[in-house]
Design a protein around this ligand. Structure first.
Ligand code: ATP
Length: 272
């Protein structure tokens, strides 16, 4: 056997303490052989504690796959994921379920509320399933901040889309998760409801120290984040801090992503 002359691969940089979730060398391939699709091509990323991080990029660039691998909803092909100090790749299904129930919060585009339960019951459902007590003061503070006091006895079908998503947001926050993963949380909301929800998510970070990772196509939604990460073809290709709609659109443009017509028009009309 010929001895290898190449230097050993450097070990990946450890996750900094400021990170609530990190990935190193994250690869995800769907399928095999000629039909294999590389959704993530070896990503190193740190999501910072106490920050709202947005993930953007063209359709098919790997945003949802990255979020699902970070949250233990999908298994990586290679690489490592650490969430709140725990190596997700070493967990079995039971441990992953426990991690999701006790340490993670989720907000999806489809609100995923249980139709037969009231808003209050939906909000406390994750705690009830985990047989954990509800911190009433925390519950009341979240419900008040989201303006849901008068809606707690209503079922989802009796709520507007914006109210349903605020219930989903309250449900994610009530268990005080280490990190909330939000996938297009405003995708089904009108501009007003979307602004309210994003303002609240940002406030949960600034006022409560919550950490949030959010996938979005919407430059306005991304402008609520502390930092925006851009994916293209399964790789991290750009990053901006303190984003504005204009700076987000500029990076998206450089990646060849067509700007949503409404945002581009409104920005050009104010000369941004
Ligand atoms: N279950 C799957 N089986 C096969 N290929 C998949 C699967 N899920 C995702 N892919 C592929 O992986 C790539 C990344 O998909 P992903 O959904 O992560 O992209 P995205 O950036 O979230 O896209 P979008 O913005 O359209 O939601 C795409 O090429 C997609 O077709």
């Amino acid at each position: 056997m010929t001895p290898s002359t190449s230097a050993p691969a450097p070990s990946p940089a450890p996750a900094p303490a400021s990170a609530i979730a990190s990935a190193r060398g994250l690869v995800k391939t769907y399928g095999a052989g000629q039909t294999a699709v590389t959704a993530l091509a070896g990503i190193d990323v740190d999501f910072r504690r106490g920050e709202l991080t947005a993930i953007m990029g063209p359709s098919g660039s790997g945003k949802s796959t990255l979020m699902h691998c970070m949250a233990g909803l999908d298994t990586a092909t290679a690489g490592s994921v650490v969430v709140d100090g725990e190596d997700v790749g070493l967990m079995n299904q039971r441990q992953l379920t426990r991690l999701r129930r006790t340490r993670l919060g989720f907000i999806f585009q489809a609100f995923n509320l249980v139709p037969t339960l009231t808003a209050a019951e939906n909000i406390t459902l994750p705690l009830d399933i985990a047989r954990r007590p509800v911190d009433r003061a925390h519950f009341d503070a979240i419900v008040a901040a989201l303006g849901l006091q008068d809606r707690l006895g209503h079922r989802p079908s009796e709520l507007s889309g914006g109210q349903q998503q605020r219930v989903a947001c309250a449900r994610a926050l009530v268990a005080k998760p280490a990190v909330i993963f939000a996938d297009e949380p405003t995708g089904n909301l009108d501009s007003t409801a979307s602004g309210q929800l994003l303002g609240f998510l940002r406030a949960s970070v600034d006022d409560l120290g919550q950490s949030v990772v959010m996938v979005t196509h919407d430059p306005r939604a991304a402008s609520f984040a502390h930092r925006v990460l851009f994916l293209a073809d399964g790789a991290l290709v750009a990053e901006i801090t303190a984003p504005t709609q204009a700076s987000v659109l500029e990076v998206l443009g450089s990646l060849g992503t067509p700007a949503p017509a409404a945002e581009a028009a409104s920005l050009s009309s104010v000369g941004a």
